[in-house]
Write a new protein. Sequence first.
Lengths: 291, 266, 329
Amino acid sequence: MPVDRGAATLLLYVAVLFVAGCEPRGESADLASSASGRVVTDADGNPIRVQPPARRVISLVPSATLTLGALGAEDRLVARTDFDTAAWVGSLPSVGGGLQPSIEAIVAARPDLVIHFGGPQDVQTPRRLEDLGIRHAAVRPDRIHDILDMVRFLGAVTGRDEAADSLALSIESELAAVRRSAAGRPDVQVAYVLGGDPPWVAGPGSYIHELIEMAGGTNAFSDLERRYAAVSPEEFHGRTIDLILLSRGTVFDARLAHGGRIVEVSPDLELPGPRVAASARELARILAHVP
Amino acid sequence: MRLSTDRLVVRYSGAARPALDGVSFTVTPGSLCAVLGPNGSGKSTLLKALLGIIPAESGSITVRNKPPRAWSRRDLARMIGVVPQGEALAFPLTVREMVGMGRYPYLGPLHGEGQKDREAVQRALVQCDIERFASRDVTTLSGGELQRVRIARALAQEPAALVLDEPTTSLDIRHEMAILELLRASADAGMTVLVVTHGLDLAARFADRMLLLREGRVVAQGPPGTVMDAPVLEDVYGWPVAVEPDPVTGSPRVTPLRSVEATGAE
Amino acid sequence: MRRVGLSLALVVLLACSMVASVRFGSVDLGTADVLSALTGVAPPWVRTIVVDLRLPRALLGALVGGGLAVAGATFQALLRNPLAEPYILGISGGASVGAVLMLATGIAGAGSWTLPLAAFLGALLAIVLVFGVATASGRGMDVRVLLLAGVVVAAFFSACIALILSVSEARTVQSAVLWIMGSLANAGWSNVIVAAVYTLPATVLLIGLARPLNLLAIGEETAQYLGTDVERVKRLALGVAALITAAGVAVAGVIGFVGLVVPHAIRLLVGSDHRALLPLSFLAGAAFLALADLVAKLVLAPTEIPIGVITAFVGVPLFLVLLRRSLAA
């Protein structure tokens, strides 16, 4: 009976996969079972030992790369991705894209720590690194407080805790300054369009939303149920929008603005990273010029 | 090898009337039997039932003393060579490869063709007069040539019986006669030959027995002289006909008449 | 004999591509380094690259390529359709849905087998659905219904994927698209074992069914008259070919073109007898994919080009040349 054969083969497949998948992992240096050593938790909840501090780091996450630079740990980096735009990484060998890097190139750089995207953003890279016994840690700089967490995390694993604390403090105080200067200004309804047709906008829970609120504006799409979503052009008619922010290079039908201002901003604004305070200041400046 | 049915009833599921309603007939070794009848009379159904492809509702079918479904498909294939009505070839194939398939019922998955197999194929090619295009692609052949290839394939099975479904429809005189002469020669050599056809005159010339079906029932069977009878044919085909001996061959010949109003003018 | 000559040529080609796949990669290693990595005396990172990355990847390419070609040839025979190929029953759609769901929900703590397993289960779902529809009449499997059901199920799964992606974040979408485009870059030894367990015995079984496949390629009625148990062979061959395809997609994503074009190319060279067509298609598919993977990983190193792109870019001109040659003959 073909059904039985199929069922038997499926069971065989599952069995084979279990056996094959359970092959002994390479030496994972992160087991918290070691006697001494402080342990920090990465964005996926895995424990990462901080001793010895990472000396050969590969960062697959551009904002983590920028953070390492801001911490003064540039010398720890041994490779870069094609998406690392900072000038000071230019001389490092590339491992390809951040989401599907060349594992071979990673291995050849002999890192003692690979920083990668966490959670649902990249499932495969950590698995491959795990199989090969390469130490790795996840970061998820999605929102402002994630950035501060990332700063402290990277500081801990590279032994630059003091630099990390001071960077975090300076970010927080700069952000507070932006908030103060924006307080008392008249409300500006802002929409951030990422592009697309129908237009994709930033909703509550997104990094952009936080920046807008911090800069003294109100997200015109605060009632959206998701962080980012495509909305029908009608939505632009139904709401009062004083300012539309467009990432440079985005195509947008200007008729949807009805009288509101359209300002193009640098795409860096969308990316959470250590320059968040500068982004907030930039936004506040734009908002101040609206009425 | 005898092929026979006894009061065979075959019904397709959901059909109002049976496709075959109590058909009894026999084909004996060394004879050629032609099955005729209007479209929908059950001719192809009879072949399929005889070969065990479709089940019978009641009645019996005998292929060499056993019902066809009691034989394995392989054994049946070694006994009966079938040339079905149509095949749609999707991929290229040489004539020799196609005729060679007639030997498959004798070959297991691990066996290559042996000397015996090659000889059987060669004999079949010669018998059907297609040896000269043994290496040609079958899709380049004419209808008549392709039909001879398919008959050669059936002969390569070295069967005791040949069953053909409308083997000469749409063939020209030369090809049609060549095939009928081949079938006649096979019957004379001892094979049991069963042919479904539309051609009454040629069937009468070549067959030992004819079987005439209408709406799943046997209307007449026997030597051509018995079956080729004007009232019988008119009843079966629903058209006025005249039957007389052919002046050249002496065999009964059918002439369909013009419709009734015109008869007076003829 | 043409067949023997072609087999030898393909074996040599396969061997050369696999050797090249181990010797070359996105990282520059010398021949001496590669050889010493294989014999065991080399720095651990060189050993990792050669033995844990390049070697399984070369083997996986050969297994998946060979399997897809054999499955493609089998579907072409059973469906009596030269346009048939392994994904025609919606198998790639089902596998993609399984993989995309796994990527979108991002269960990060899972072992390295969850993604291929999810893809495989998705593929099985497609197979069960399509086979179920095709046998619903109770009168055996109607291959025309199978074909239609496959097309419809594939469209349904495409819609599912679009829905999942439309509510996922950008990087997840990127990961999903990269997976679907097919890649051998995540090859590990566990994937190789799985691919081997499915592909090799299945290929042997299909070669054993070569004569019934020859007959079925002409027609089911004719096959019956020549001694084939048509229903049994159809279910067995289709089921086995579907499983080869499911396993291939589960470990390597949707790599197109191999299953369609390689059997046709071999058919142009040695004809439609499956006793030669199947094994030679396996060898040709294996060599072809191994070579394509070599190009995919070297051309824009360290960026990987999706391997489906290479199979199309290389396969199309190759096939057109062969086609012209055969038409001229």
